[in-house]
Design a protein around this ligand. Structure first.
Ligand SMILES: Cc1cc2nc3c(=O)[nH]c(=O)nc-3n(C[C@H](O)[C@H](O)[C@H](O)COP(=O)(O)OP(=O)(O)OC[C@H]3O[C@@H](n4cnc5c(N)ncnc54)[C@H](O)[C@@H]3O)c2cc1C
Length: 428
């Protein structure tokens, strides 16, 4: 008899939500995390939208815990030298707001949700160091608690929820799929206190453009903190061996509007970041193992969908794993169906993200100013953006109708401007 039904390596978003779902199905789950919760410094600086929160409702995660003292964000704002455009977050699943969650608090709350289930045993400070394989079949893991002896633990299934650099994919030599590496990007971020509010409308998530091929993101987060991130093409924002903190400050100074908001502010965390962020799917698994979350599907954070993707892939995998334990489906069918369903939910946004990276950071011909402004201020475009963010419209459909809608927006913007100029000239 194996020690557990399922061992999950990695206890953040993908791992803890998967454990919660499998535990609810009565499976004996061991959830292993080499870190400790709440863990600092923050491993990322995410914004989450209502579809993610709805999936978290399903496993009983408490919004008042994971978003404790975190302001509700009702608008996404774009700010350039010539205009400011606000996209309202449309209501979906009973919520018309987003959160720039404090990642340490968020991960700790999800972990607590998982281990509340009597079928889930969670061990923090436990690093998995190897995968046990017998006759080509994964049968468990080798690992070590922070203080203690190396252990061998067996299970019918080992799932890697261990992030983009995870050990399960590495040891099992999981194949990359749909890899996109032609447009490398990097991101650097830190948390600040006393950042000047954008305006009187309350908490905000504001994207500022930059003279080069990068941009800034300033988002109000928990406990009066604000995250300030710089993202762009890797060759443009390359510290090149220089001190990262000085490099980050220099980038912030280049945008007077961002810098003005930081006038009385104090940076309260170190600068963290990621260079040459990978974009790919991986094979979903093999004999006795599977991958979920970033370990299965990783990409640039520009569209703010990584956490949704981690939670939805864990939901889909959980559904098929439950059926496999009931002997209703073979393991090969589990992997095929999981991969297919996960791609249906994520591939459209992945393609849209690559287009967005190209147009935001890699386009040689930037959109002329009035066109960009007319697009950003058009109500139809704003509606489309809001519904895409909250996944009320599938990304494939938006990509299909995007060009005609954009042409319409440019035409409407141009006509409006001509009308305004004519009105200003007419004597009556
Ligand atoms: C700068 C940045 C900004 C981002 N912004 C957003 C955003 O705005 N919105 C959004 O939705 N997403 C965002 N993301 C993406 C999001 O953070 C990820 O998609 C998400 O964290 C994936 O969750 P995960 O559980 O799959 O992996 P991870 O969060 O990477 O967790 C993996 C866990 O596995 C553990 N682990 C690894 N190896 C082992 C081992 N050998 N033994 C035991 N444990 C192990 C690690 O300690 C870690 O806790 C951002 C990412 C970055 C880097």
């Amino acid at each position: 008899m194996p020690d557990y039904d399922v061992i999950i390596v990695g206890g953040r978003v993908a791992g803890s939500t998967l454990a919660a779902r499998l535990g609810r199905a009565g499976l004996r789950v061991l959830l292993l995390e080499r870190g400790e919760f709440p863990s600092l410094p923050a491993v990322s600086c995410p914004i989450i939208y209502s579809p993610t929160m709805k999936l978290l409702d399903e496993i009983g995660a408490d919004e008042s815990a994971y978003a404790h003292n975190t302001p509700k964000i009702h608008h996404m704002v774009t700010i350039t030298d010539t205009y400011m455009s606000k996209v309202g977050i449309p209501a979906a699943h009973g919520r018309d707001y987003a959160y720039a969650v404090d990642r340490a608090r968020f991960d700790a709350a999800l972990w607590d949700t998982a281990v509340q289930n009597p079928h889930v045993e969670g061990r923090q400070n436990f690093a998995v160091t190897d995968i046990l394989v017998e006759d080509g079949q994964v049968i468990g893991i080798v690992g070590k608690p922070k203080e203690g002896e190396t252990q061998r633990i067996t299970a019918r299934l080992v799932i890697g929820a261990d992030g983009r650099f995870g050990i399960v994919a590495r040891k099992m030599q999981a194949q990359d799929r749909d890899k996109m590496e032609a447009q490398p990007t990097s991101i650097y971020y830190a948390y600040w206190r006393n950042v000047a509010p954008l305006d009187a409308a309350g908490a905000s998530a504001a994207a500022y453009d930059a003279p080069g091929r990068y941009g800034y993101l300033v988002m109000d987060s928990a406990d009066g903190q604000t995250v300030v991130a710089v993202e762009g093409r890797s060759d443009e924002i390359d510290p090149d061996g220089k001190d990262i903190e000085t490099f980050y400050s220099r980038l912030l100074r280049r945008n007077p509007k961002v810098w003005a908001r930081l006038n009385d502010a104090e940076r309260i965390t170190s600068v963290r970041g990621m260079r040459n962020i990978g974009n790919c799917y991986r094979q979903p698994g093999g004999a006795g193992w599977a991958l979920v979350g970033d370990a299965y599907f990783q990409k640039d954070p520009l569209d703010g969908q990584g956490i949704y993707d981690a939670v939805i892939t864990s939901k889909i995998l959980a559904q098929y794993v439950r059926r496999w334990f009931k002997e209703d489906i073979t393991w090969d069918e589990v992997l095929a169906k999981y991969d297919e369903d996960a791609r249906i939910k994520t591939y459209g946004t992945y393609r849209m993200l690559q287009t967005r990276i190209r147009s935001t950071f890699y386009s040689d011909v930037p959109l002329p100013e009035p066109f960009a402004r007319w697009l950003a201020e058009d109500d139809h475009i704003k509606d489309l953006l809001g519904k895409t963010l909250t996944r009320q419209l599938p990304a494939d459909l938006v990509a299909l109708i995007g060009y005609p809608v954009a042409l319409g927006a440019i035409a409407r913007g141009g006509i409006k401007e001509i009308q305004q100029k004519l009105r200003a000239k007419l004597p009556f």
